[in-house]
Design a protein around this ligand. Structure first.
Ligand code: NAD
Length: 360
């Protein structure tokens, strides 16, 4: 019998979840009534506006705002803040993916106005207290409880229109939250349990969506998994995977979900042999011998994004990426990260090489 004791500190974020297929507009009405909101601002990018109109069909909307830009440029945030203040907005409702949620968070950060989030992708921003803003091509992120949506309304009916390719990339972005949580700076047994269930749910849901984009079961499982993935990530913090993707997105402007989806098997293969607890958790969640085997089987089934060269990255960017990432590697990463092995990792991801070459 082992005599090792458990010792950790875990923060849980306060948030209400309303989950139900086809129930978003009724749930939003309930939220607006309970809060007695008098001036509601609905934020949704142009492409998501028809979904937002449907979700908000039962409430009175004071102002619609559709100027959404990925990575929240500061000018976009400032304009939305002015609209909120001018209209004496007392509730922000964001309907869309991580870009839309990000804009609502930027408004809440300055004004303190509460958010009800209605996500339509699997990015998971709605369940974190992390904000991001881009100023002069540099993305800054921070943590503030003011930006955590007070309520999240999940309705997988709203995700039926998300194209399969985007669903796969976004779902694997969720998967990356789970996997990276297992070795992130504040990894603990609670966020590991959430991550394990997130891996199971996403790996069950995504193949069903690829087989039939209208699969309610697949969409529900993916959305539920995406929520768990974000809760585990918000609690555990950013591990090596997120540090790499942040640099590739911020400095090289690579697309968010696709970059996460591509990098994940390489970081998993790199770290897992040095993280036996994480390895056990992933293998159990996938139902395979190892985490890498489970992830690769899933990636094959869903035709996952495979190489960074498909998204505008090239070999001449590797030295700069390596030097920025090296400054940000979490001190507790299970494996020592060097210029040499990080170059090898990024080169393999650039070309879509077999990730197993990193497992030594
Ligand atoms: P996104 O919000 O830009 O959406 C991707 C694309 O899908 C867009 O073209 C959008 O119009 C479309 N789309 C969204 N929902 C749709 C639907 N139901 N049907 C049809 N099309 C739909 O991308 P994303 O991957 O969801 O989010 C990425 C952003 O979120 C990045 O800026 C990232 O940094 C941020 N993010 C933040 C956190 C956090 O904790 N703060 C977490 C994850 C992601």
């Amino acid at each position: 019998m082992s005599n090792q004791s458990l010792s950790f500190i875990h923060d849980s974020l306060p948030q209400k979840i309303r989950f139900g297929f086809g129930e978003a507009s009724a749930n939003l009405l309930e939220e607006v009534r309970t809060r007695n909101a008098q001036s509601v601002m609905v934020i949704a990018g142009e492409p998501e506006m028809p979904i937002a109109k449907q979700v908000a069909s039962e409430i009175e909307v004071a102002v619609w705002h559709s100027d959404v830009v990925m990575h929240v440029p500061i000018e976009t945030a400032q304009a939305a803040r002015e609209v909120a203040v001018d209209n004496q907005v007392d509730l922000l409702v964001c309907v869309g993916g991580g870009s839309t949620t990000g804009l609502a968070k930027a408004v809440a950060l300055e004004t303190g106005i509460p958010i009800v989030a209605v996500p339509t992708t699997y990015a998971g921003s709605e369940a974190t207290n992390v904000w991001g803003l881009t100023e002069e091509k540099r993305k800054t992120t921070g943590v503030d409880i003011k930006v955590l949506p007070e309520t999240v309304i999940y309705d997988s009916k709203l995700t039926l229109s998300l194209p399969v390719e985007m669903s796969v990339a976004s779902g694997l972005n969720g998967m990356a939250h789970c996997v990276d949580s297992l070795w992130a700076p504040k990894a603990d047994p609670i966020n590991a349990a959430l991550a394990g269930e997130g891996i199971r749910a996403l790996s069950a849901g995504l193949p069903k969506i690829v087989e039939d984009s209208q699969s309610i079961e697949g969409r529900d499982e993916a959305l539920y998994g995406a929520y768990l993935s974000a809760v585990s990530f918000a609690s555990a913090g950013s591990g090596l995977h997120h540090k790499i993707c942040h640099v590739l997105g911020g400095t090289f402007n690579l697309p968010h979900a696709q970059t996460h989806a591509t990098i994940l098997p390489y970081v998993l293969a790199f770290n897992a042999p040095y993280a036996p607890g994480a390895e056990q958790r992933m293998a159990a969640a996938f139902g395979t011998q190892t985490g890498l085997e489970g992830l690769q089987q899933l990636r094959e089934k869903v035709n996952a994004p495979a190489r960074l060269s498909d998204y505008g990255f090239s070999a001449d960017g590797i030295p700069e990426a390596v030097s920025i990432v090296l400054e940000k590697v979490p001190a507790n990463n299970p494996r020592e990260v060097t210029e040499e092995n990080l170059t090898q990792l990024l080169t393999a991801a650039l070309n879509g090489d077999d990730p197993a070459i990193l497992s030594n």
